[in-house]
Design a protein around this ligand. Structure first.
Ligand SMILES: [Zn+2]
Length: 169
């Protein structure tokens, strides 16, 4: 966890983002970036904005930083929703298997709840791990604005305490 009053982030400048394969070969996504780490101050309460500079292209990025307690609250909420998604996933999967495995008498269709449970399985299968990771790494810092194209920059939470600003290729 970050020390109270500060948050660590990594400013990433996306150099390339390529997706190959997809038809015959498995899809692989290759992203390369240059990154710089920053320690940002948290406000005593509420949220404030900070300016971060990309070391790669010297673009200035606007980030929003929340205070320690609301950051913790949001992270907890995300983890609770992730846990609920997991419960729904297990229940919907069990139900789908139960109903889908039945041999139905002639002319009888599956209950309406069956397609709903299948959709629930798919949605929660994606949502549960995503929300869990979001909650685990959430540090209250989010990017508000960046020069266009916006997709070229990302602000990533950093957990490990490291004070040096470094670049990576
Ligand atoms: Zn940049």
């Amino acid at each position: 966890m970050n020390t109270a009053g500060t948050a660590q982030v990594e400013v990433r400048h996306i150099l390339s983002d390529k997706v190959t394969g997809g038809v015959l070969k498995p899809r692989t996504r290759t992203i390369t970036w240059a990154a710089a780490r920053y320690v940002v101050k948290r406000p005593p309460s509420g949220k404030h904005t900070v300016d971060l500079t990309c070391t790669e292209c010297s673009a200035s990025l606007l980030a929003e930083v929340r205070d320690q307690s609301s950051t913790r609250t949001i992270a907890t909420v995300l983890r609770v929703i992730a846990a609920l998604s997991l419960v729904v996933f297990v229940a919907a999967l069990a139900y789908a298997f139960h109903e889908g495995g039945k041999t139905l008498p002639e002319g009888q269709s599956l209950p309406t709840l069956f397609p709903i449970s299948v959709v629930a399985v798919i949605v929660t299968f994606v949502a549960a791990p995503t929300l869990y990771l979001r909650g685990r790494y959430y540090n209250g810092v989010s990017m508000l604005d960046a020069p266009k194209p916006r997709r070229r920059h990302r602000i990533i939470p950093v957990r490990a305490a490291r004070r040096v600003v470094r670049t990576r290729r």
